[in-house]
Write a protein that binds this ligand. Structure first.
Ligand SMILES: [Zn+2]
Length: 174
């Protein structure tokens, strides 16, 4: 019965919404964001747009970059503002609270990142999410704590022995 509960779609995270960011590589809620720039030079104008699948932290960075680059011609400013707003809309889902922990992880501040991650883990209906353990391992890695990183990598693989991001990370470092 416990296994059935763990395996149900309502408990295990959906790969459609939560996976690893193509920009920073950390586990989180990933959504499509449109990167749009508009340029105007006296009689010529040009615009570029592309789509990226990002976590909320990377989307916030993208939004500020778009705002800076679009300020001169103003046309692209609403697109930048929308990216910033979209990145801040999180709802009550525990895993949508990952961005503060991920931001601390990327800075190598693994002690405060761990506190953030543990706050989320307490709200989850199951323990040892391999994606969160992956992020915690990255935080220790960025903070030059190799022993802590290895311990958390082992924990991530113990939670899910074929968790692809952790397995790929191990292959890259081998
Ligand atoms: Zn990211």
């Amino acid at each position: 019965m416990a296994y059935a509960t763990y395996a149900s779609a309502s408990v295990v995270t959906s790969g459609d919404t939560h996976h690893h960011c193509e920009e920073c590589g950390l586990f989180g809620r990933i959504r499509p964001f449109t990167e749009f720039y508009f340029y105007f030079f006296i009689v010529l104008y040009a615009f570029t747009n592309s789509r990226a699948y990002l976590c909320d932290n990377c989307a916030t960075s993208l939004g500020w970059r778009m705002l800076r680059k679009n300020l001169l011609c103003l046309v692209g400013v609403p697109f930048a503002v929308w990216v910033l707003i979209k990145a801040k809309i999180r709802g009550s889902e525990p895993l949508n609270s990952l961005p503060p922990g991920n931001a601390l992880a990327l800075k190598g501040d693994f002690r405060n990142a761990t506190a953030e991650y543990e706050r989320i883990e307490r709200r989850l209906p199951y323990a040892n999410h391999p994606g969160i353990l992956f992020n915690r391992a990255r935080a220790h890695g960025y903070g030059d704590d190799g022993d802590g990183m290895e311990e958390l990598i082992d924990s991530s693989l113990a939670a899910c022995s074929n968790y692809l991001p952790t397995v790929q990370w191990m292959r890259e470092d081998a």
